[in-house]
Design a protein around this ligand. Structure first.
Ligand SMILES: Cc1ncc(COP(=O)(O)O)c(C=O)c1O
Length: 201
């Protein structure tokens, strides 16, 4: 069989598995604990945070580990919406987001937020001009995925970022769970992005 679903989940590299086993067997202390085993685990956690930050070109403290993409999407979208609701309750997203984003938006709608779902063209691409047209004085968040999980469309994140530079108070979140498989060029799209959700398997 030729396995063609590596973006969904992929075979673990032997080096990664060896490293995982080593940590599970030898460095299993709670990184928040004050004892020596905790300290060793905390150092390792910081080291891996730094390695990922170097790879992405961001600061170490900007990396937050979650259990997976759905938790990351929920955390960023709900966290931003609830923290910013006194400035407005309007959110813009696309009509082709993963269920992790779509269902989070639905939940926010039930809490009184208004969500604009942008259409896509035949290739599944959002038109950046539609983002611009949908922006309102009460818009607090724009959330558009980087790469579609069903048909692989790469969204124009750089162009949307350029538009949002004129709206510095609007937060920009990118669900980039499928982007790593396309290489770092596809991942690193815009310096205007506030939150990126990645998935490393
Ligand atoms: C684009 C996208 N966002 C979010 C998720 C959810 O990620 P997870 O399965 O790690 O919760 C997926 C999962 O495949 C995805 O493809």
């Amino acid at each position: 069989m030729i396995y063609m679903d590596n973006s969904a989940t992929t075979q673990v590299l032997p080096d990664v598995l060896a490293s995982y086993n080593k940590v599970s067997e030898q460095i299993w202390g709670n990184p928040s604990s004050l004892h020596q085993m905790g300290e060793v685990a905390a150092n390792l956690l910081q080291q891996s945070r730094q390695q990922i930050a170097n790879l992405l070109g961001v600061k170490r403290d900007e990396i937050v580990f979650t259990s997976g993409g759905s938790e990351g999407d929920n955390w960023v979208i709900k966290g931003t919406a609830l923290a910013k609701q006194k400035f407005g309750k309007h959110i813009i997203t696309s009509s082709v987001e993963h269920a992790a984003v779509r269902n989070t938006m639905k939940q926010l709608e039930s809490l009184g937020f208004e969500v604009t779902y942008l259409p896509v063209d035949q290739q599944g691409r959002v038109n950046p001009a539609d983002v611009k047209a949908a922006l309102r004085p009460d818009t607090i968040l724009v959330s558009v995925m980087a790469v579609n999980n069903e048909i692989g469309t790469v969204q124009p994140i750089g162009e949307i970022g350029e538009i949002l530079k004129a709206h510095p108070k609007v937060h920009f979140m990118v669900d980039a769970v499928q982007a790593i498989a396309k290489g770092m060029d596809a991942v690193w799209f815009s310096d205007r992005v506030d939150f990126v959700v990645f998935f490393w398997s």
